[in-house]
Write a protein that binds this ligand. Structure first.
Ligand SMILES: *Cc1c(COP(=O)(O)O)cnc(C)c1O
Length: 436
């Protein structure tokens, strides 16, 4: 179907996310007709390589035949039922399998739809645990400078991205932010590990003073996504784990963006050899197909709610919790990881792209070229306030869907990307750099 009026109809009827709508007076929306593999196809027949994985969710390409088949067969059986009072095979199987895969013993899975709602659940669960354990005064959360945990009010309270949070400051809970371990903030000549340990010392100093009021420390393991793919040394997490244990504070690992292989291991915490008390997963969990998130926790946390008294239970809910179609998609994702040896295959792809991208890393306008697993990022020297729009538009002309975060350009491609597609990603990006 061709419909040239679609962008204009959308501009009038659809309020697009994370967008100043007025910009679409001059920057046209792209109406997509279909998607297959790494490619998004416009109504006009043009194609775009989905280099940001449709906002970090797409793992195995669009229209993946295995995930499609899994959803189709579930669709013919049962699409959705409420998860209170009822259960079903996809949600039970997914919970059992996830519990075996994540670091530590997180045997209890609480479901929701989006990442932000998973973060809300984690924060409430931590606070309520302490309340049920005789410590209602533990009600403050500490998070990391430049951290991002979603847009709902609780999640935004532990987020430190001014552009998203400042307008709502009067609505947000006070929460503390400790120094970021992101190595871009290291002092001249300082090693990333030393910088990370210096950042961890600010967490220790904060908790030494405030642990009695603090319920949890929430962190994005290894990569601070929305901060501009800020990467840091895993020893930060190791220290944070020790500090949280010492001061009786929960460690919440927000692996919504970094989980499912993005950092080179199935979960980022593995690289630090730590386990969280509460872990949030989302985004890639369903392969980017359907909204699905999960909060996983320990026997100890779960036990604090287990009681004859209803009010001691965790009475939180989201209507679509444990949606059967989404769980089936997630099970297909886990099958693909196991049967197609994705983590190993990604290592080979990452080394190819690192090699191919050398001209980007050494480009005179580029600083801090970095890679972690299947995430690449670099900062562009620019003072142009319209950089994001200009770069994205120029990228589309090179058949690339790229959406910089400030002056940071990043790649989070689907794992099915092949070598010619990686070459195209690099050569197109170099041409965009020349024109911006
Ligand atoms: C995207 C993201 C969220 C929020 O997830 P939504 O599904 O967009 O609500 C939370 N935490 C991190 C680290 C994220 O990257």
């Amino acid at each position: 179907m061709t419909d040239n009026a679609l962008p204009e109809r959308s501009r009038k009827a659809v309020w697009h996310p994370c967008t100043q709508m007025k910009q679409h007076e001059t920057l046209p929306l792209i109406a997509l007709a279909r998607a297959e593999g790494v490619w998004l196809y416009g109504h006009d027949g043009k194609r775009y390589l989905d280099a940001v994985g449709s906002w970090w969710v797409n793992l195995f390409g669009h229209g993946n035949s295995r995930i499609n088949a899994a959803i189709r067969s579930q669709l013919d059986t049962m699409e959705h039922v409420m998860l209170a009072g009822f259960t079903h095979e996809p949600v039970v199987e997914l919970s059992e399998r996830l519990s075996k895969l994540v670091p530590g013993k997180l045997g209890h899975c609480f479901y929701s739809s989006d990442g932000a709602s998973a973060v809300e659940i984690a924060l409430k669960m931590s606070f309520h645990y302490w309340r049920n354990s005789g410590h209602p005064e533990k009600s403050v959360f500490v998070s990391v400078q430049n951290g991002y945990h979603g847009e709902t009010l609780g999640a935004l309270s532990v987020t430190d991205v001014a552009l998203f949070a400042d307008a709502y400051a009067p609505l947000l809970r006070q929460s503390a932010h400790v120094s970021t371990p992101d190595w871009r903030y290291a002092s001249e000549g300082e090693f990333p590990r030393d910088h990370a340990l210096r950042a961890a010392a600010t967490l220790e100093a904060y908790l030494a003073e405030h642990h009695a009021q603090t319920a949890a420390f929430i962190v994005e393991p290894l990569v601070q996504g929305a901060a501009g793919m800020g990467m840091y040394h895993p020893d930060y997490l190791k220290r944070a784990r020790e500090i949280c244990d010492k001061y009786q504070v929960h460690l919440i690992a927000d692996e919504i963006a970094v989980g499912f292989g993005r950092t080179g291991t199935l979960f980022a915490c593995e690289q630090a050899g730590i386990a969280a008390d509460i872990m949030c997963l989302g985004k890639g969990l369903s392969g980017g197909y359907l909204p699905l998130s999960v909060v996983m926790t320990t026997e100890k946390v779960y036990e604090a709610f287990y009681d004859d008294n209803v009010a001691r239970g965790f009475l939180h809910s989201h209507t679509h919790a444990g949606n059967a179609l989404a769980c089936r998609a997630a099970l297909a994702v886990l099958d693909i990881f196991e049967q197609e040896h994705i983590i190993d295959a990604n290592r080979v792809k990452a080394s190819y792209l690192n090699h191919a991208a050398r001209p980007i890393a050494s480009h005179p306008k580029v600083k801090n070229f970095r890679n972690c697993g299947m995430i690449w990022a670099f900062d562009v020297e620019t003072s142009d306030p319209a950089f994001v729009g200009k770069f994205s538009q120029a990228a589309l002309k090179q058949e690339l869907s790229l959406r910089p975060l400030g002056n940071t350009v990043y790649f989070m491609p689907p794992y099915i990307i092949d070598q010619p597609q990686m070459d195209l990603l690099v050569s197109g990006t170099l041409r965009v750099l020349e024109s911006c």
